[in-house]
Design a protein. Sequence first.
Length: 113
Amino acid sequence: VQLQASGGGSVQTGESLRLSCEASLLTFGAYAMAWYRQAPGNQREFVASITSSGATHYVLSVKGRFAISRDNARRMVNLEMNNLQPEDTAVYYCNLLYNPRAWGQGTQVTVSS
């Protein structure tokens, strides 16, 4: 399985970014997907998830600012990030929510004040 995340960048506090992840899963629509992030010196942490039926869940620190969505036809999961804060700075990865596969390269998000 290949997981290719994109859309990261360097922004100012309060700005927005939209991340996308393309997954090479033939039955993509059957899988719950998630976004994770890893800041320098920290462990990788869960950010948001979306089930095959579209139910979403967020870590408290991003609730109300981030929105996860999926496009099953394109085998993509997206993360709309609004009102970004310096503490959101991290490398962002997508993966399956359950039984994660090999991690892709991720995409860097840098938020400066």
